[in-house]
Design a protein around this ligand. Sequence first.
Ligand code: ADP
Ligand code: TRP
Length: 329
Amino acid sequence: MERVISGIRPTGNLHLGNYFGAVKSFVKMQDEYDCMFFIADWHSLTTHPTPENIRSSVKTILSEYLACGIDPEKAPIYVQSDVKQVLELYLYLNMNAYLGELERVTSFKEKVRKQPDNVNAGLLTYPCLMAADILMHKADKVPVGKDQEQNMEMARLFARRFNRIYNVEYFKEPASFYFADKAVKVPGLDGTGKMGKSEGNCLYLCDDEKTVTKKIMRAVTDQGPTQLNQEKPEVIQNLFTLCELLSGKEAADYYNDLYNRMEIRYGDMKKQMAADANTLLAPIRERILAYSSDDALLEKIMRQGAEAAAERAEKTIEEVREIIGFRKI
Ligand code: ADP
Ligand code: TRP
């Protein structure tokens, strides 16, 4: 059975971008593939969280994974820092990753621009750690959002390079996997770019009903079309993208027709989106609360996940050590 791995950094609550871009695929895939999902807490250290931040975010994201429908009986969930073998592979991959190519990664360049006083080595070698997460499991498919494509290309490059250097056919090149026929990029409620925590334009899975409605009703729009069949400006295109995700294609087509006839009332469209968002989120919200108050259950799930992941990771590391020329330990 094909293997699937994916993870999300615990840096706050999950939002609709994470849900439609990644977690929804995780839930779909767990029935058809040999899946494992993890919480990428080592990756989150690039922003220097406090111990309290880490502890609470790991618990939050685990509860949210479960609330979205990941079933740890089908797909073990583990915390990255529980599986130390990943670090050893990270080190080996670092030795074959070149400064120039790491510096050219767009998300690294963006961090350099946005946080010039914290350009740490962990940020630079982020793609190596991510590749270690993936190659460790010899994953065939990795469900991620579009923004991760460059990191995925690096993972494939590192796999090929390792095989070439040691003249083996050891690592598989992992494919990015999108739940929809194309990569989803969930726009933010401010009408621009993507929904993201650092953008402050998110609808969170744990937002209460009132907040969901308020945020959607306030989503940025314009004065409305001034010509028949007018091309949509970016903010409006984004609203339609969100509408299709929340209310379905039929609803989006219906409002599109109204738009083309210059009869659209954004307020009506948003009301429907808010109602559908609440229908989607109400049960998730309830389950988040239930899981996050059951520490014993969360602990058990993390322990079982770590055991399953470590077993696989250990096997890979033993083989990699042998390929590189290290003694068996
Ligand atoms: P954030 O941008 O809020 O920090 P992350 O970068 O931690 O979110 O993303 C975690 C996962 O969710 C990744 O697989 C990413 O591709 C996906 N994701 C995040 N935001 C979006 C979005 N707006 N559209 C599609 N996928 C997204
Ligand atoms: N880089 C991913 C993100 O920011 C998180 C991540 C780390 C990941 N390691 C991974 C995703 C391995 C998929 C597979 O969202």
